[in-house]
Design a binder for this molecule. Sequence first.
Ligand SMILES: O=C(O)CCC(=O)C(=O)O
Ligand SMILES: [Fe+2]
Length: 227
Amino acid sequence: MLIVIENLLSSEEVAQFREKLSSAQWGDGAQTAGTRSVEVKQNLQVDRQCPVGTELGNTILRKLGQNPLFVSASLAETIWPPVFNCYQDGGHYGTHVDSAIMRDNDLGLTIRSDLSATVFLSEPDEYEGGELVIEEQYGAQGVKLSAGDMVLYPSSSLHQVAPVTSGQRICAIMWMQSAIADATERAMLFDLDQSIQALSVGRSADDPDIDRLIHVYHNLIRRWAQV
Ligand SMILES: O=C(O)CCC(=O)C(=O)O
Ligand SMILES: [Fe+2]
């Protein structure tokens, strides 16, 4: 399931990000690719130690924590620090699957990647090509969103970034471990939560039917969560 979260960042925030990223330390993205994906990855990434990247990454993490749609869809337990990338001059990332286990010994961080995310920081008309193409159960889907929007997709999917034939495609990407490892269970919880939110509108805070649905929602999480 692909989920689009619109306006995670406002246009003012996108402008601030772009301004700050222009002074960040950029390096060859191949340095962080696995042995197999290094052959298909051609892009630039902000160095992990760059303070600009850390500051902007923390801003994204804060915004995610405040976004009800993201929280409901991901039930994220641990999020990998966002990585900023830039594709230009034919830059691309051929078909690959993200590593299942990600480990950073310096940060003492290990996650199982359940969900991957891309926050678009360039407007679609700023570059040609550069679609994020995700292979889903029902076929491949190309994603190219407005600046400030984010797509959330299963880390288990094969995906690629098509060559950027003109302009620059700047994005933030991240991976996360969900409290609910199983994608089908997570999708059912998302549907249930979205319906509870919709049905609650106009009902009193102690509506017994809503209480019963919330009871079911939390007890399913209790049953399925790995925390
Ligand atoms: O830039 C993107 O949208 C995704 C890049 C990607 O798939 C990766 O770095 O693993
Ligand atoms: Fe990827």
